[in-house]
Design a protein around this ligand. Structure first.
Ligand code: B1M
Length: 210
């Protein structure tokens, strides 16, 4: 078994301590944080998703792997983030109302932070009115909305509508993403950008400041 497979296996078994140790070791050996993410952690999480879909594992097991994933992401965070650089702007990010999935959101947050943008994280299950309040409070340049469920994608639209009603829509770029979200859906709800993954989200966010 190679190191990426070992990392993936520890993630799937939900072993945060051993996983974190191996991720640290891999970084110390010179492997890039991006490779660890794209070749070990994300493929590991996809396998978990497939097994969940087939009812081979259930919510408690998935929660355990999600905790392990977040532990590994915390180790990659300082490597992905650019230290000591004055932020070029501000983004707020959340997972929309009704939705508790935060791994993708956390990843998008880290990658955007890595481009030198300050990111304010409103967490999960975030109602549209909380986003409106945060836009009034922090005056962000970008609002990032993540949704992982077909039943909660509609709350990306509800959030955009709430920003319109509050007269704030034109002050921010709204970016949407998450596994069920598509470019067509983003166009339909009037988002400024859809991106399929965290790296592209970071590129698009940074491009707003170029
Ligand atoms: Co949930 N879950 N889950 N789950 N879960 C999915 C999403 C599901 C596809 C599983 C399946 O059936 N195969 C399915 C959704 C089906 C659907 O609606 N189409 C599902 C379901 C049904 C549910 C519950 C309803 C299950 C139940 O209770 N019966 C329930 C809902 C709870 C709720 O939210 N109200 C539920 C619960 C959970 C857990 C709590 C157990 C756990 C979440 C823990 C946590 O996040 N802290 C969980 C998990 C872990 C998953 C899977 C297995 C993995 C999600 C993940 O973290 N992927 C997932 C199956 C899957 O996706 N294969 C599944 C890794 C992550 C890196 O990818 O989040 O897609 P992702 O993010 C990507 C891109 O989407 C993108 O960038 C990231 C990477 O580059 N991206 C953005 C994300 N947000 C973005 C925002 C952007 C741009 C890009 O711009 C702003």
């Amino acid at each position: 078994m190679n190191r990426f497979d070992e990392i993936s296996a520890l993630l799937q078994k939900g072993r945060p301590r051993e996983l974190s140790a191996l991720v640290k070791e891999e970084l110390e050996d010179g492997t890039s944080a991006n490779d660890i993410l794209l070749k070990a952690l994300i493929p590991g999480m996809s396998i978990v998703g497939e097994r969940f879909k087939k009812n081979e594992i259930f919510v408690p097991e998935v929660l355990i792997t999600a905790r392990a994933m977040n532990a590994a992401l915390n180790i990659l965070k300082p490597v992905l983030a650019q230290a000591g650089v004055e932020p070029v702007g501000t983004a707020i990010i959340c997972t929309v109302k009704g939705d508790l999935h935060d791994i993708g959101k956390n990843l998008v947050k880290m990658m955007i932070e890595g481009t030198g943008i300050r990111v304010i994280d409103l967490g999960v299950d975030c109602p549209p009115e909380r986003v409106v309040e945060a836009v009034k409070e922090y005056h962000p340049d970008i609002v990032c909305l993540s949704a992982l469920l077909t039943t909660t994608m509609v709350n990306q639209k509800a959030t955009i509508d709430a920003l319109k009603e509050a007269g704030l829509r034109d002050q921010v770029k709204v970016m949407v993403g998450g596994a069920p979200v598509t470019q067509a859906f983003a166009d339909e709800i009037g988002a400024d950008a859809y991106t399929p993954d965290a790296a592209t989200a970071a590129e698009v966010a940074r491009a707003y400041f170029n």
